[in-house]
Write a protein that binds this ligand. Structure first.
Ligand SMILES: NC(=O)c1ccc[n+]([C@@H]2O[C@H](COP(=O)([O-])OP(=O)(O)OC[C@H]3O[C@@H](n4cnc5c(N)ncnc54)[C@H](O)[C@@H]3O)[C@@H](O)[C@H]2O)c1
Length: 347
């Protein structure tokens, strides 16, 4: 299993994407996002995605040189047309637009349509938090991406629609909620399958609608359960539904319909100027007080620490920036095959 540093992941991704026709500027943005997903422990949204993105380019689903534009704006609200560019390129642009509007109005909102897979959506919350803005982001997946069963259903009619909420706290470590509204992100199932592991619980239904812990059952015509699983899944399903509206439908609204059979998504990010709420330093002290209070909770057996949302990613990043990350052989084989296809010498 090769162990790769952040810079090596980013450089390999950049080289392959560029060889596949991506502009240098777009390749750098996407490569840095993939590397950062690996650094924060979300391998499901990192290096493993390179073959998928190359396949998107080859199939004409992605325009690898496209740049997003502001399609329309009204006061603090901006609508971004991604022109079928990479999700990471469009979402960085949209986040910047929301921040600029929040600087002017206190709150800014950007909706984004016609874009690819946005990856780990918490990274846009981190981007806003670094500049002193709280944020809420919704990504609703549409088209061919239906893999989640609505609560009570036995076949997919929803997607993993993620949500991220971030609040500035420490440098490089905001308070950060960032997860799929399904019981696990699809990429996580992909990693369990690639490593030959069972799922932690009954996360999926097989093709006959029976609950299962085998990730292969999902990939053989099954469905993923909503967050909350077999017994509390109504909450995850309701969350997925509103994210489909606020992210997917609102983001895509007014833009051309996706081609039949195409995966598509829409995202919405709301940036909030924390300084407009009061003293930022005083608020951070209050947040710190809440963190200390919950960390002081007596522990359940089997647990060693209470974390605040976002802390796990920050700790993993610190560790992986030093030690690198192991890439599973199945993914590495796909990457070396792509390198051979494009006649590249990998760094
Ligand atoms: N782009 C897409 O289409 C898409 C779709 C689904 C998911 N995703 C991404 O997949 C990634 C993984 O999603 P997931 O649902 O598997 O997330 P997950 O189950 O790993 O949960 C991550 C969240 O839980 C918090 N957390 C983890 N352990 C904690 C603890 N002990 N105490 C407190 N908080 C804790 C983390 O800080 C983070 O906010 C996310 O980055 C998400 O954005 C993307």
């Amino acid at each position: 299993m090769p162990r790769l540093t952040r810079d090596r992941i980013s450089e390999i991704a950049r080289k392959i994407l560029t060889a596949a026709g991506t502009s240098e500027a777009n390749a750098k943005v996407v490569a840095d996002h993939l590397a950062d997903a690996n650094m924060t422990g979300h391998d499901s949204h990192g290096f493993i995605r390179i073959p998928q993105y190359v396949a998107d380019i080859k199939a004409g689903r992605r325009d690898p040189r496209a740049v997003p534009v502001v399609a329309s704006e009204s006061r603090a609200v901006v609508r971004v047309d991604g022109h079928r560019s990479f999700g990471q390129v469009v979402a960085e642009f949209g986040t910047r637009q929301a921040i600029v509007r929040a600087q002017a109005h206190g709150v800014g909102l950007a909706t984004m349509g016609s874009l690819g897979h946005v990856g780990r959506i918490g990274s846009y919350g981190e981007m806003a938090a670094r500049e002193g803005f709280a944020s809420i982001m919704f990504t609703g997946l549409l088209g061919d991406a239906m893999i989640v069963a609505p609560y009570g259903g036995s076949v997919p009619r929803m997607s993993t629609n993620p949500i991220a909420i971030a609040f500035p706290y420490k440098p490089d470590c905001p308070i950060l909620l960032d997860f799929a509204s399904s019981i696990g992100a699809e990429g996580k199932l992909r990693v369990y399958r690639a490593r030959g592991h069972k799922l932690p619980d009954e996360w999926v239904l097989d093709s006959s609608g029976k609950p299962s812990r085998d990730p292969n059952d999902f990939y053989s015509g099954g469905a993923v359960l909503p967050l909350g699983g077999l017994h509390g899944g109504h909450k995850g399903y309701a969350l997925a539904f509103v994210i489909a509206v606020l992210g997917g439908l609102v983001g895509e609204y007014g833009l051309p319909e996706p081609a039949p059979g195409e995966f598509t998504s829409g995202s919405t990010i709301i940036a909030i100027d924390v300084g407009a709420l009061g003293s930022v330093d005083a608020l951070k002290v209050k947040v710190g007080g809440l963190v200390e209070y919950v960390k002081d909770t007596p522990l359940m057996p089997g647990h060693s620490e209470i974390l605040f949302p976002g802390e796990k990613e920050a700790k993993t990043r610190q560790q992986r920036l030093k030690e690198g990350v192991d890439i599973e052989p199945a993914t590495w084989e796909q990457i070396t095959a792509l390198a051979a296809e494009y006649d590249l010498v990998l760094p």
